[in-house]
Ligand binder design. Structure first.
Ligand code: PXP
Length: 260
C-alpha cells in the first residue's frame, strides 16, 4: 500500500467575474433633448458606488450619445477603471492616445447602425488593427478586440498583439428559440476556451440582460462582462444602483454554480 498521502483534489474555482457598466444610453437620453441631464458621468459614479467593477463608454464618430467632454470629465473622477470603446479611425485613436484610458476596446462602427452590429473582422483588417493595437499599447492602454465567436479571429487577434478579446454575445442574445440560443452559447463557450488557451484574456458583452446573463457569466474563461442597455433600461424602474446590484447578483450566482 502506498504511503503517499492521498492527493487532495485541486480546488480550481473560476476567476471572479467583473461587471463593466456601459453608460452610453444615459447619454442617449440626454442627447434626445439636448439638455445637460442625465449626466453619464454622474451615472458612472453611481454605478461604481453600487458595485460596477468598471465603466465602459463608446465615443462614436457621430457623437450620438457620449461626447468628448464626458470622457474627459470621467477619466479623472472614476474610482474604477474606464474602458473606452472606439473604432480604429485616426480621429478616435488620437483621442484615446491623448486621454489614455486604462482600457480600450476596438469595435467596428457604421454610421447607419443602431448599435454595434457585429464583431471586428480581425482577419480581414489585420494590418490596420495591428497598427491601432500598437499605438494604444504604446500609450499604455490595454486593448481588447470585439469579435464574433469565430475561431479564426483568435489567431488574428494574437498576431495583432491584442492581450484581450471581447466576445460579441449579440447573436446569442437575439436567438429566438432555446435551441438556437443553446447553439449560439456553445459557440461562445468554445471560443472562450480556445481564446483563453491561446493566452488571451476573455471578456464578453452585447445584448445581455437579467434573463440571459447567467449562462455567459458561468463560462469560467470569461472574466468580464460589459453590459449597458438592459441596465440603463432597468434603472428607469428600480434606479441605477439597484439595477447594477441586480446584475452583479445574477452574475455572481451563475458563477458560484460553476463546478470547481
Ligand atoms: N460591448 C461592446 C463592444 C459594445 O459595443 C456594446 C454596446 O455599446 C456593449 C458591450 C454593451 O451592449 P449592450 O448595451 O447591449 O449591453
Amino acid at each position: 500500500m502506498s504511503t503517499t498521502p492521498a492527493a487532495t483534489p485541486a480546488c480550481r474555482l473560476p476567476a471572479p467575474i467583473r461587471l463593466g457598466v456601459n453608460i452610453d444610453h444615459v447619454g442617449t437620453l440626454r442627447q434626445a433633448r439636448g439638455t445637460d441631464y442625465p449626466d453619464p458621468v454622474e451615472a458612472a459614479l453611481l454605478a461604481a458606488a453600487a458595485g460596477a467593477d468598471g465603466i465602459t463608454l463608446h465615443l462614436r464618430e457621430d457623437r450620438r450619445h457620449i461626447q468628448d467632454h464626458d470622457l474627459e470629465r470621467l477619466l479623472p473622477r472614476s474610482p474604477v477603471p474606464v474602458n473606452l470603446e472606439l473604432a480604429a479611425t485616426p480621429e478616435m485613436l488620437a483621442i484615446a492616445c491623448r486621454l489614455k484610458p486604462p482600457h480600450a476596446c476596438l469595435v467596428p462602427e457604421r454610421r447607419e447602425e443602431r448599435t454595434t452590429e457585429g464583431g471586428l473582422d480581425v482577419v480581414a483588417g489585420r494590418r490596420a488593427i495591428a497598427q491601432a493595437c500598437a499605438r494604444l499599447s504604446d500609450a499604455g492602454v490595454a486593448v481588447a478586440l470585439f469579435v464574433d465567436p469565430d475561431p479564426r479571429q483568435i489567431e488574428a487577434a494574437l498576431a495583432c498583439g491584442a492581450p484581450q478579446v471581447e466576445i460579441n454575445t449579440g447573436r446569442y442574445a437575439e436567438a429566438l428559440t432555446a435551441a438556437a440560443q443553446g447553439e449560439r452559447l456553445a459557440e461562445v463557450a468554445a471560443f472562450a476556451r480556445a481564446a483563453r488557451a491561446a493566452g488571451l484574456e476573455v471578456h464578453a458583452g452585447h445584448g445581455l440582460n437579467l434573463d440571459n446573463v447567467g449562462p455567459v457569466a458561468a463560462l469560467p474563461e470569461v472574466v468580464e462582462l460589459n453590459i449597458g442597455h438592459s441596465i440603463v433600461a432597468r434603472a428607469l424602474y428600480v434606479g441605477l444602483p439597484a439595477a447594477v446590484a441586480e446584475m452583479r447578483r445574477a452574475m455572481a450566482e451563475a458563477r458560484a454554480a460553476v463546478p470547481a
